[in-house]
Design a protein around this ligand. Structure first.
Ligand code: IPD
Length: 276
């Protein structure tokens, strides 16, 4: 029901803001490389862990029956059919270097969040603590940007760009951490770059999706992203009038493309490794 979705969206906003404040305000004291994950460049900061712990605790308190899936390893199976998919710091490398483009992404999804193509977001929020704003949406409710100081007030409504020409499109993309994946991504870019206006590598997939939703880039394409990078931004893009697709159906590891309706298929074809 609408009331239930409104409540979930409100909670996404509240949790993303709480973690956003934590990571921003504690950064000067705690930033540092805690450990590496898949490769030497794939880092986890102390604050990734603390932010995930905070989200985990707040979700357990507010919604004890829901599942939780987090980037840093939280994995709770619920009984309600809803799963919270959380990225405690998206844009960890920016965070480490103090580049103001990192986010906390919090979403509620239905289906099996652990299986690609088997889940859909119903509500989500992406907090951008450097700018003191939060972007949020729920199914059927539009996509919005609100100020951190007044998250309940009427915000700014988001809508995707109307650009329909690849040659005039500003694209955002991102890279994985694995050197072989990066080599393939560089090869795809070799074909893409001469055909578009320009490319941005913002450094946070959640913020890339928000940029598409607000029309400050025309499209986003990346291969290899995870559910927690995608979940909140997906519903925000769709509620801003955009389309999110994957290589052969739902967005996922192989390829995720987000854009306005006119541009999504040309961008998808351009980034599909099968076409190179
Ligand atoms: C990464 C960022 C980056 C994207 C990578 C993600 P993390 O997430 O979103 O922009 O290119 O694919 O893994 O590691 O900063 O949470």
């Amino acid at each position: 029901s609408t009331a239930r979705l409104e409540e979930l969206e409100r909670l996404c906003v509240e949790l993303a803001l709480a973690s956003g404040r934590l990571i921003r305000d504690e950064r000067p004291r705690h930033v540092g490389v805690a450990a590496t994950k898949s490769t030497d460049t794939d880092i986890v900061t102390v604050m990734d862990q603390r932010s995930e712990e905070l989200l985990h605790r707040l979700i357990r308190e507010a919604r004890p029956e829901d599942g939780i899936l987090g980037e840093e390893g939280v994995d709770v199976t619920g009984t309600s059919g809803l799963t919270w998919v959380i990225d405690p710091i998206d844009g960890t490398v920016n965070y480490l270097y103090d580049i103001p483009a990192y986010a906390v992404s919090v979403a509620v999804v239905t289906g099996d969040a652990r299986s690609e193509g088997q889940w859909r977001p119903v509500a989500g929020a992406v907090a951008d603590p450097s700018l003191s704003v939060v972007h949020h949406a729920r199914r059927g409710g539009g996509a919005w940007t609100s100020r951190e100081s007044a998250p309940g007030a009427e915000g700014r409504r988001l809508s995707v760009s109307t650009q329909d020409r690849l040659g005039r499109a500003l694209l955002a993309t991102g890279f994985g951490y694995d050197p072989e994946v990066r080599a393939r991504q560089a090869e795809v870019l070799r074909a893409v770059l001469p055909r578009v206006r320009d490319i941005r590598r913002i450094g946070s997939a959640a913020l890339d999706l928000v940029r598409v939703a607000e029309g400050s880039v025309d499209a986003y394409a990346e291969s290899g992203i995870n559910a927690w990078d995608l979940a909140a931004g997906w519903v925000i893009v769709e509620e801003a009038g955009g389309v999110v697709v994957g290589r052969a159906g739902p967005p996922g590891k192989a390829l995720t493309v987000a854009a306005g309706p006119a541009l999504v298929e040309p961008v998808r074809a351009l980034f599909d490794p099968a076409t190179h």
